[in-house]
Design a protein around this ligand. Structure first.
Ligand code: PHE
Ligand code: NA
Length: 501
């Protein structure tokens, strides 16, 4: 009754896709600021420890679940054990919400590639971004007037993403990543080299890398390091479970996790260099210390970079195209991976073929994306959903997956044997300790910390009503969906007896 599961063409194809998912907006606009704020050069110590003690172990966990149970996240989790099923569906819902807004940021990037050519933002890029481009309303609400400048590129992003997914794992996802990832490295590489030749670049790099060793004893810095690693590796979303379910029987799981983990970090450090060289230039132009111009997130990409692009003499359009082009490519490969989680789950659950599944999922996701975000309130909704779905969706789902697998189902020894049997190097019991003890402690610490922050003040100063809908509501809905779906029978998953070996 089952059609044969799709497979990657080559191991490199899987790696490109895994790296394509991991390398995203977070590498470019999140890492540099996190590193700067948390000890500069000294941040590398907690960051590397976080990578090795939690990031890579969690990556190996997701690879192991996907590879062993060979199914989409919900079905693979259900096969791991019935009590884990809700986590898989929870992750599907999380991916749904993320996809709806991630695509919007890519649509902005498309427009900004164009704006780079004529410096459409004039001499006040901040006001251009908020007023002229997004028509941001004064009071955040859920519904608002349309902003057509975002609508059209957004539709384009959806057509490309769904087109790639419709072509399948090998001819779509693998091929797209094989083209996009090398292209990204080349474009971003040129950008970084150009940035290094800007006046003031050295000051920027000094600001980023000069180590503040006192940071090492600051708990907050460690929490940020783990937070960056979890976010950046795309663990906790079910993406890696999905992607590794298309691996062949014999697959080097641990070797792949190391390659993907370090490739992602290498790209973060490259981005740190590019971004801070550029910020050093901006500081010099403005006659300000670098500390005054440091930014991350949308402010960095859509306000600071336009400003900088306008100030570069000669080749500024190219600089803009390289920057926004890199943002777009890095983001598209991540978006593809997010939507595939949903598509694979629907394929498994309904028995639909790939193309109808892509149309159903993509249609629904694209419609919600197009309905809520290209409006005058889109920026607020995006900001709030992003914060809550990260802090209480991804983090808690990852935590739940680990706790259920380790303490409820006691499956780590089995997964460890599975990993060690197929991989190039063995993880042994160390992995069980890192995954079962160290990782959950850090995840709990992160969520308690952000929860306390939530009650100290409303996120971004939004009204409680707005946060209840676009923050708590969304995060809660994802969890409810997960629990609800897991209560339904799923014969395809339950008929399977994986653990008899
Ligand atoms: N890991 C990606 C990054 O660093 C972000 C991402 C988010 C990827 C959601 C997939 C899903 O930017
Ligand atoms: Na990343």
């Amino acid at each position: 009754m089952d059609r044969p599961r799709e497979q990657w063409g080559t191991r490199a194809g899987f790696l490109f896709a895994a790296i394509g998912s991991a390398v995203g907006l977070g590498n470019i606009w999140r890492f540099p600021k996190e590193a700067y704020d948390n000890g500069g050069g000294a941040f590398m110590v907690p960051y590397l420890i976080a990578l090795l003690s939690a990031g890579i172990p969690l990556l190996i966990f997701e690879y192991a679940v996907g590879h062993r149970y060979r199914a989409s996240a919900p079905r693979a989790m259900r096969r791991l054990g019935r009590p884990a099923a809700f986590v898989g569906w929870w992750q599907v819902a999380i991916c749904f919400f993320i996809a709806t807004y991630y695509a919007v940021i890519l649509a902005w990037s498309v427009r900004y590639i164009g704006f780079s050519l004529d410096k459409r933002w004039g001499d006040d890029p901040a006001s251009f971004f908020q007023k002229d481009f997004l028509h941001v309303s004064d009071t955040p609400a859920l519904l608002g007037a349309y902003v057509p400048g975002v609508l059209w590129p957004l539709i384009g992003i959806w057509i490309v993403t769904l087109g790639v997914l419709a072509l399948g794992v090998k001819r779509g996802i693998e091929l797209a990543n094989r083209i996009f990832i090398p292209l990204l490295v080349v474009l971003f590489g040129i950008l970084v080299v150009r940035a290094l030749f800007l006046p003031g670049a050295a000051d920027g790099l000094n600001a980023l890398f000069s180590p503040d060793w006192s940071a090492i004893t600051d708990g907050e810095v460690w929490r940020s390091a783990y937070g960056q690693i979890f976010f950046s590796l795309s663990v906790g979303f079910g993406i890696m479970v999905t992607y590794s379910s298309y691996l062949k029987r014999k697959a080097d799981l641990t070797g792949s996790a190391l390659v993907a983990g370090f490739a992602n970090s290498a790209f973060e450090i490259l981005a740190g260099i590019g971004v801070f060289a550029t910020l050093g230039f901006m500081a010099l132009q403005a006659q300000l210390p670098v500390s005054e111009v440091v930014q991350g997130g949308t402010g960095l990409a859509f306000i600071a970079f336009p400003q900088i692009i306008s100030e570069i003499s000669g080749g500024s359009a190219l600089f803009g195209v390289l920057f926004f082009g890199s943002l777009l490519i890095a983001g598209v490969t991540s978006l593809i991976s997010i939507v595939q989680v949903i598509v694979a789950a629907v394929e498994d659950r309904t028995g639909l073929g790939r193309v109808p599944a892509v149309l159903a999922v993509g249609g629904l996701t694209a419609v919600v994306s197009i309905a809520f975000y290209p409006t005058e309130n889109g920026l607020y909704i995006l900001d709030s959903v992003d914060h809550f779905i990260n802090a209480y969706g991804i983090v808690l789902a990852a935590l739940a997956a680990i706790v259920v697998a380790t303490y409820v189902l006691r499956r780590l020894p089995l997964l460890q044997r599975h990993v060690d049997a197929v991989s190039s190097f063995r993880v042994g019991r160390t992995w069980q300790v890192l995954l079962g003890v160290v990782t959950p402690i850090m995840l709990i610490w992160m969520s308690v910390d952000s929860l306390i922050g939530e009650f100290e003040e409303n996120y971004s100063g939004y009204s409680t009503d707005f946060l209840l809908a676009a923050g708590w509501g969304v995060a809660g809905l994802a969890l409810l969906f997960g629990v609800g779906m897991s209560l339904l029978p799923d014969r395809g998953a339950d008929a399977y007896r994986p653990d008899e070996d």
